[in-house]
Design a protein around this ligand. Sequence first.
Ligand SMILES: *[C@@H]1O[C@H](CO)[C@@H](O)[C@H](O)[C@H]1NC(C)=O
Ligand SMILES: *[C@@H]1O[C@H](CO)[C@@H](O)[C@H](O)[C@H]1NC(C)=O
Ligand SMILES: *[C@@H]1O[C@H](CO)[C@@H](O)[C@H](O)[C@H]1NC(C)=O
Ligand SMILES: *[C@@H]1O[C@H](CO)[C@@H](O)[C@H](O)[C@H]1NC(C)=O
Ligand SMILES: *[C@@H]1O[C@H](CO)[C@@H](O)[C@H](O)[C@H]1NC(C)=O
Length: 325
Amino acid sequence: MSQPTAPTGANVAPAPNVPTTPTEIGKFIHGAGMLKKILSLMAFFMAFVTVMVVLFIYMNNTAMRHYQFQVNMSKDYELLEVKQDNPQLIAYIRQMHLRPVKETQGEYTDVYNDTPVEDLGYILKLLNNKSDGIFIEAGAYNDGKTSETAWLEKKLNWSGLLIQPDPRHYFSLKKHDRERSQAIHGCLSPSPYPKEVSFHQGDRDGVKINSIHSNSIIDDSDIFNTRVKCFPLYSLLLAMNVTTIDYLCLKTGGTELQVLETIPFNRVTIRVINVHLQNKDIEKDTIKKFLATKNYSFAQHLRESYIFFLNRKKRLDTKIDTEAL
Ligand SMILES: *[C@@H]1O[C@H](CO)[C@@H](O)[C@H](O)[C@H]1NC(C)=O
Ligand SMILES: *[C@@H]1O[C@H](CO)[C@@H](O)[C@H](O)[C@H]1NC(C)=O
Ligand SMILES: *[C@@H]1O[C@H](CO)[C@@H](O)[C@H](O)[C@H]1NC(C)=O
Ligand SMILES: *[C@@H]1O[C@H](CO)[C@@H](O)[C@H](O)[C@H]1NC(C)=O
Ligand SMILES: *[C@@H]1O[C@H](CO)[C@@H](O)[C@H](O)[C@H]1NC(C)=O
């Protein structure tokens, strides 16, 4: 009788790859460790690539947006639909932009001579030494220190509006003793509608309007230029609630003719106009011809001042009772 032999482990073939001896187990664990290392390396690599790609896309996107913003912030915005006598525009200017001049007490103490400077003396002769007159001065304190109309305000009780687009000069303007006047940080629009433009610091005397002076949108993209609003002169007059003024002084850095062309001369009366022109300005004769069609006579050229006055005929028509004009 044969005893059934008890099955021994030796007869059962070990499953392949299943480690049985301690050394084999060690090897297996070692192999799994390698795999783990490779996997984690790959995971790290994938994460790195993903992060870099995301970063790259993000940076590209940011650069695009930055560029777009620069483009947006250097464009001229033309508010073509807004007429210069639009009541909402007038209310907006009056409430948001016209400001009393004096902010701090006696920051600058201006000294006034008894007699005005030459060109102003000439203008006063035309206006018969008028007191309590009304002026508009575009480019007031362009040098940060002086204004054509300060003497009129101090000595003859005039009042008016000071226009200055350069933020630095505007802040110094506000520290002068001009409590009878108002000021606006902005410029005169060269078109009969309001617009928003970039102010380029260091230009001749004031604002540079892209569409007029150059076609390059971004010429100095690293500099963040101040944005200023430009309003038509007529809109400013309506915001001040006047349609008759005695003296308009224009220093707008090259846009004088365009500014004059926006004025509806049949609706406003401006007695004397002083256009500041530099020698290189070629539009002197054009301005003379243009103003002649609006019944202005050219009176005198003193330094940079080209002085025009509304002629007698127009005055009789509109019944302005100033003998000297
Ligand atoms: C730029 O202007 C366009 C059109 O006015 C506008 O859609 C866009 O969001 C602006 N982009 C930036 C970055 O200001
Ligand atoms: C105007 O005032 C000046 C002094 O500032 C004087 O010399 C001149 O005669 C006056 N002119 C008129 C027309 O009153
Ligand atoms: C200006 O106003 C002051 C005070 O209101 C007055 O005393 C002075 O005579 C006025 N000057 C002129 C030139 O009208
Ligand atoms: C504008 O002036 C007129 C008369 O000169 C006056 O009746 C009116 O109240 C003024 N309006 C404002 C808003 O100052
Ligand atoms: C200029 O004067 C003439 C004659 O008086 C007048 O008919 C015309 O309307 C005036 N022109 C302007 C722009 O005021």
